[in-house]
Design a protein around this ligand. Structure first.
Ligand code: ADP
Ligand code: MG
Length: 602
């Protein structure tokens, strides 16, 4: 956010041209000071929504209504039924450092309200046209005040119901450089949706409603039912699977929801923490969460989580960041450990044990360790295995080098499957171990891409159309991309709020649950990714294939093993998966001889 401000200055004062002729030191004019300060609090429409919602929550509102236009750029209007602002304090409310929530510095360490810096209204008013209409509880008359680009207008009395209505029009109208930094509307809207859902989860007893134009985007009942809010947020299917977290130790409490290991995302964006009701972006806590999932998720996959931490106010410093998005703990290590163990406990209670597979080993368990000696450890994940091979690269150069070579594979004779994860095959020069998941990813990927390039993705009509539910944000992605989804072989029609009916799917995915294939396509769009545009196709295809490929731990029939192997042989780049991991390791006869001490002896 600071870069935005610096650039503004450059544009405003032609900074670069005048730099060599040094300017005299001057105190900045108040409008510039307030715009600098505003930049720290108001970064984008969602920051305005956040500050205004927090004010409504602090005012004890039972109901908060948010209306936006153009994803908040032209209008953000937040109305509540809280205590209101007395008319005589109205002009103070928009002053910087004016707050009703803090009196002495000591109180900073006993803060129970979300606001305390007295900066939000002043900041918002300096970069928009702000109108506050309010009536305080117990006073007969309300009032209205307007502030435009930092200039406070006059105040009128007005008969209005108790509560506060704050309208923010034309955000950043006087700071065009900041406008340029906004993302496209769908992204800004998604940030607002996400923010709102998280606050709705943190305050399930408040009735929230977000609408844009005539359309209600999100509405919660305000009856304390978190599961219903989760369902509105993640879709019913995912919400049903989310695990409850609850733990209390030494005055600390953690509650909330985490995803089981089977539901993951490709980024950390769906991990949210609230501390004492305040939304924070605190990476150490995220690290504690990820540590709890360690070894349970594949590398590069992240859980979904909405977690609410209650900490004694004296143990946490909330005054670290102007947007109050960071906090500092007195005993960071303790909090870290508390979060990690609370989550780990839930995960272990709900995670199925890895499938036992000793009966599928083609070597007996007694000679398994001997075979492991050359540096190939059969029990580890592919990532770990590759790593251990790299480490021992000097000792077994042929393994490492050949695993990395791109190009054809010879015709292979299938021997069988081991550990429900690797196929074993014999080639003209030794033994091949094939990672079934990586290999299948490669096979699916090449088929899908070649069909896509030929613009001939055959689609398969479903006997009975499937109804699939998404989160509001994902639904929007799908709505925007319906024609292109069609190009990929999906025939999808809107079917009620956040639901879609799938009538056909790409033939390649015909045997998968249509809900899983469609989710695989839309779950993981990065915020600014425009799905299916050039270059994105192969990225998207790679992700879908990863999701749909046979899993590690899945026992395959002999026929399935054989067809996987022959499909792999026909691939253009059979030796790596679309993400670049090797699909196979070759142990040449020569290398085996060396390992058995035959070669060196000669
Ligand atoms: P802070 O929240 O840090 O106090 P703000 O600039 O957000 O600072 O708000 C200034 C003051 O205006 C608050 O302290 C509060 O007294 C009053 N105020 C703002 N919004 C509301 C609201 N929705 N209901 C009642 N009072 C409000
Ligand atoms: Mg505030």
């Amino acid at each position: 956010m600071h870069f935005g401000i610096i650039r503004e200055f450059r544009e405003a004062s032609d900074f670069e041209n005048t730099y060599n002729r040094r300017m005299p030191i001057k105190i900045l004019p108040p409008e510039v000071v307030s715009q600098i300060a505003a930049g720290e609090v108001v970064e984008r429409p969602a920051s305005v929504v956040k500050e205004l919602m927090e004010n409504s929550i602090d005012a004890g509102a039972d109901s908060i209504t948010i209306r936006i236009e153009n994803a908040g750029r032209t209008l953000i209007r937040v109305s509540d039924d809280g205590v209101g602002i007395p008319v005589k304090e109205l002009s103070l409310a928009v002053e910087r450092h004016a707050t009703s929530k803090l009196v002495t510095a000591d109180e900073l360490f006993r803060i129970k309200t979300l606001g305390f810096r007295g900066e939000a209204l002043a900041s918002i008013g300096s970069v928009s046209r702000l109108t506050i209409t309010t009536c305080a509880r117990g006073s007969g008359m309300g009032g209205r005040i307007i502030m435009e680009g930092g200039v406070v207008g006059k105040m009128d009395s007005k008969g209005v119901p108790v509560g506060t209505d704050i309208q923010v029009e034309d955000l950043f109208f006087n700071t065009p450089a900041r406008l340029k930094f906004l993302k496209k509307e769908s992204s800004e809207r998604r940030i607002i949706d996400t923010l709102l859902m998280h606050y709705a989860l943190a305050y399930p007893n408040i009735h929230f409603r977000l609408s844009e134009g005539e359309k209600t985007i999100i509405e919660t009942a305000g009856d304390g039912d978190c599961k219903a809010i989760l369902a509105a947020f993640y879709g019913v299917d995912v919400a049903r699977e989310m695990l409850d977290v609850y733990n209390e130790e030494q005055g600390y409490k953690i509650t909330g929801y985490i995803s089981p290991v089977a539901i993951t995302r490709s980024n950390r964006k769906e991990i949210t923490f609230f501390i004492n009701g305040r939304w924070v972006q605190d990476t150490p806590l995220t690290q504690a969460l990820l540590r709890a999932y360690h070894t349970l998720l594949m590398v590069g996959r992240y859980p979904l989580a909405a977690l609410f931490l209650e900490v004694p106010p004296s143990e946490v410093d909330v005054n670290v960041h102007p947007a109050k998005a960071e906090v500092r703990f007195r005993d960071q290590d303790w909090v870290f450990g508390f979060v990690q163990r609370s989550i780990r406990r839930v995960l272990l209670a709900f995670t199925p044990l890895p499938q036992g597979s000793s009966n599928q080993l083609w070597i007996t368990s007694s000679n398994q360790t001997e075979l492991g000696t050359p540096g190939i450890i059969f029990q580890e994940t592919p990532e770990q295995k590759l790593h251990s091979l790299d480490m021992k690269g000097d000792q077994v150069p042929s393994v490492v080098n050949q695993a990395r070579v791109f190009g054809d594979v010879p015709i292979l004779r299938l021997i069988g499957q081991i550990g429900a994860r690797y196929l074993v095959a014999e080639g003209p020069d030794g033994l091949y171990l094939i990672d079934q998941h990586a290999a299948h990813e490669r096979v699916l990927f090449e088929k899908l891409m070649s069909q896509f390039m030929d613009k001939a993705i055959p689609s398969q009509v479903l006997l009975s159309p499937a109804t699939v539910t998404f989160s509001p944000a994902q639904s929007k992605t799908i709505e925007e991309q319906l024609p292109i989804l069609k190009g990929f072989g999906f025939e999808v029609d809107p079917f009620g709020p956040n639901s879609f009916q799938v009538r056909s799917v790409p033939q390649l995915f015909g045997r998968f649950d249509p809900s899983i294939s469609l989710h695989a396509l839309v779950d993981e769009f990065e915020e600014d990714e425009t799905p299916f545009e050039k270059e994105i196709e192969s990225k998207v295809a790679a992700r879908v294939c990863k999701r749909l490929a046979v899993k590690t731990g899945q026992t395959l029939s002999h026929d399935e093993q054989r067809s996987l192997l022959s499909d792999l042989e026909t691939c253009k780049s059979p030796r790596t998966c679309p993400h670049g991991r090797p699909t196979m390791i070759h142990l040449s006869v020569d290398m085996l001889d060396k390992q058995f001490g035959r070669k060196g002896a000669v």
